[in-house]
Design a binder for this molecule. Structure first.
Ligand code: NI
Length: 178
């Protein structure tokens, strides 16, 4: 691997965000029938609501901290959308908005307005937040009697962090073909 410096470091950081978003969408697409309606406890949010919450959180923080990017924040979060592809499309669009904003802010040295000492902390916060809900989604599936098989879900989630570059490209190609 080339040493991380200047723009190369930015490329590596943005690659980690892309992988995080792909993992989330792969989890969404791997849900069994009815999986979007699963919840860990009777009072817990459904899986669909957690996904739409993550989309909203990405954009509301962006709107508050870097309004110059005019993110399209939904009116509401915690929504029970039933079509996984509609949620996937939302996640793709908010991931692009986050990516573009963080890249621009870091390159220009522009600070964020409200919450973060630097744009990288915003990105790290989103990755941490989404890992937190990723675990909750898997717990909800387990509670609903449809636990993921680790051997099946691992290759399209955890393994995206572990791939060496050539494997990673091959995996992305395979996923496009599904
Ligand atoms: Ni949350």
């Amino acid at each position: 691997m080339t040493p991380a410096h200047e723009n190369n470091l930015l490329t590596l950081i943005l690659d980690s965000w892309d992988r995080n978003n792909q993992i989330l969408i792969n989890l969404l697409r791997a849900l069994p029938p009815g999986g979007l309606q699963a919840r860990a406890l009777p009072t817990s949010p459904t899986v669909a609501r957690m996904f739409t919450h993550m989309h909203y959180v990405r954009l509301i923080f962006l709107a508050e901290d870097a309004p110059q990017f005019t993110p399209q924040v939904p009116d509401r979060e915690w929504l029970d959308i039933v079509d996984p592809e509609e949620i996937a499309s939302q996640l793709d669009s908010s991931a692009k908005a986050v990516r573009h904003a963080v890249e621009s802010l870091l390159l220009s040295g522009t600070p964020m307005l409200l919450h973060y000492d630097n744009p990288l902390l915003y990105l790290q916060h989103m990755i941490w937040h989404e890992g937190y809900h990723h675990g909750q989604i898997k717990l909800a599936l387990k509670a609903a009697g449809h636990p993921f098989d680790d051997e099946e879900i691992g290759p399209c989630t955890w393994d995206l962090w572990l791939d060496k570059a050539p494997d990673h490209q091959a995996r992305l190609e395979r996923m496009k073909l599904r």
